[in-house]
Design a protein around this ligand. Structure first.
Ligand code: FES
Length: 153
């Protein structure tokens, strides 16, 4: 019987150039999208967020080292991003990448399609690859994410 494992990329497959400067990460709270009646699919989502006068807990920019997880960087910045296991086995920390690239060094929860097509990332094990990226955090409140957490979890 073939067993299909979820998408996993080992650290060894990802070459981290330690000389690269930190990545600039623009973040947005999924709850702010709901409160403002925006849609996560909106092309101008981050432009609207930048103009909305949101609190820095909901929207802002932080620098993240290439070998640092997005969740850890958020912790260090004093932000309160949700998490539970910190080891890629739940989906409490899930975010949706809207621009740029960030890779997980392990993933024991998300299916390949959720990573590749829906751009979901477990922020506790996900480090930036591109110089700039945009991510919606607290995406566990998306209906789809809530469903998979309930059914898989
Ligand atoms: S906190 Fe559980 S997968 Fe990230």
């Amino acid at each position: 019987m073939d067993i299909e494992l979820p998408a996993v990329r080992s650290k060894a497959e990802t070459v981290v150039d330690e000389d690269l400067p930190p990545s600039t990460v623009e973040y947005l709270n999924y709850r702010a999208i709901e409160r403002n009646d925006w849609n996560i699919e909106d092309e101008d989502l981050f432009e609207k967020a930048a103009d909305a006068g949101l609190d820095e807990r909901d929207y802002g920019v932080m620098e993240v080292e290439r070998d640092e997880s997005l969740l850890r960087a958020a912790d260090q910045a004093g932000l309160k991003w949700p998490f539970q296991c910190r080891s890629a086995t739940c989906s409490m920390c899930v975010g949706v990448l809207k621009d740029g690239e960030a890779e997980m060094d392990m993933n024991l929860f998300l299916e390949d399609e959720e990573v590749e097509e829906r751009n979901m990332r477990l922020t506790c094990v996900c480090a930036p690859v591109s110089d700039d990226l945009q991510i919606v955090f607290n995406a566990i409140h998306m209906p789809y994410a809530r469903d998979i957490a309930r059914n898989r979890g």
